[in-house]
Design a protein around this ligand. Structure first.
Ligand SMILES: C[S@@+](CC[C@H](N)C(=O)[O-])C[C@H]1O[C@@H](n2cnc3c(N)ncnc32)[C@H](O)[C@@H]1O
Length: 223
């Protein structure tokens, strides 16, 4: 937890506001399309109307995003203690659940309604243990795990990434991996993003008109 936490939470809140604004528009344009003959033109009009190109399957579930922060407040210089103050000032405190502990052995804090995890970010310690505990909880359809201070960091952290690469070439590969540099910094100047793709299918193989139509109809039925 620290300086970037309120920015991430603001992004969650903005995203939720976008969905709340766009869902009624999607329902309205779907209702309209449902009342006219199903033709190539009416499908195009539905697609182009606001929110353009929105996939009903994304808008169908009611979803309350939540950031789970694990911080034991062990680092004196950390801005973690100020985060709650900042979130309260912004009225965004309901988007965060704080556990004053290590993330290791505490994944049970995460409510079943918030699983699977879409993004797990480790900016502290214990990368291997974190990976072992949280990888099974990560969304198999593109969930992201990010580790700070990796390839350009301490030898142990760099070795962690090397081990992952070794796993990628020597075992069944269910992830993609990319490391980035932060060249303007003397410390914590790289991070590695791992994307879980166990259940990911290329979209062009999955452009399933039947499931899109069924989802759109469920949306207008429900509202
Ligand atoms: C580098 S800061 C995180 C900054 C944050 N990612 C940001 O950019 O806003 C690391 C934080 O991890 C916490 N920390 C260090 N060791 C920890 C551990 N074993 N378990 C939980 N938290 C820990 C520290 O108190 C500190 O607030």
């Amino acid at each position: 937890m620290g300086y970037t936490t309120p920015y991430i939470i603001k992004a969650l809140s903005d995203n939720q506001q976008d969905v709340d604004r766009e869902r009624p528009l999607l329902i309205a344009k779907t209702r309209e399309a449902h009342q006219v003959a199903n033709t190539v033109e009416s499908q195009r009009d539905w697609f182009l109307a606001q929110p353009t190109g929105a996939d009903p399957r994304f808008y169908e579930p009611e979803y309350q995003p939540m950031l789970y922060a694990f911080d034991d407040f062990s680092e004196e210089y950390s801005s973690a203690p100020k985060v709650i103050e900042a979130l309260t000032a912004l009225g965004l405190e309901s988007f965060m659940t704080l556990s004053k502990s290590s993330a290791i052995n505490h994944s049970s804090v995460i409510a079943p309604s918030h699983l699977p995890i879409d993004l797990a970010w480790n900016d502290a310690l214990d990368y291997e243990a974190f990976f072992d505990e949280y990888w099974p909880l990560l969304n198999p359809n593109g969930g992201l795990m990010i580790f700070h201070n990796t390839v350009n960091g301490c030898p142990k952290c760099a070795m962690f990434v090397k081990q992952l690469k070794l796993k990628q070439v020597s075992q069944f590969s269910d992830f993609e991996l990319l490391s980035f540099f932060e060249p303007y910094k003397l410390h914590q100047n790289s991070y590695t993003v791992i994307r879980k793709i166990t259940a990911f299918k290329e979209h062009f193989l999955d452009w399933d008109q039947k499931s899109i139509t069924e989802s759109a109809l469920r949306l207008i039925d429900k509202h």
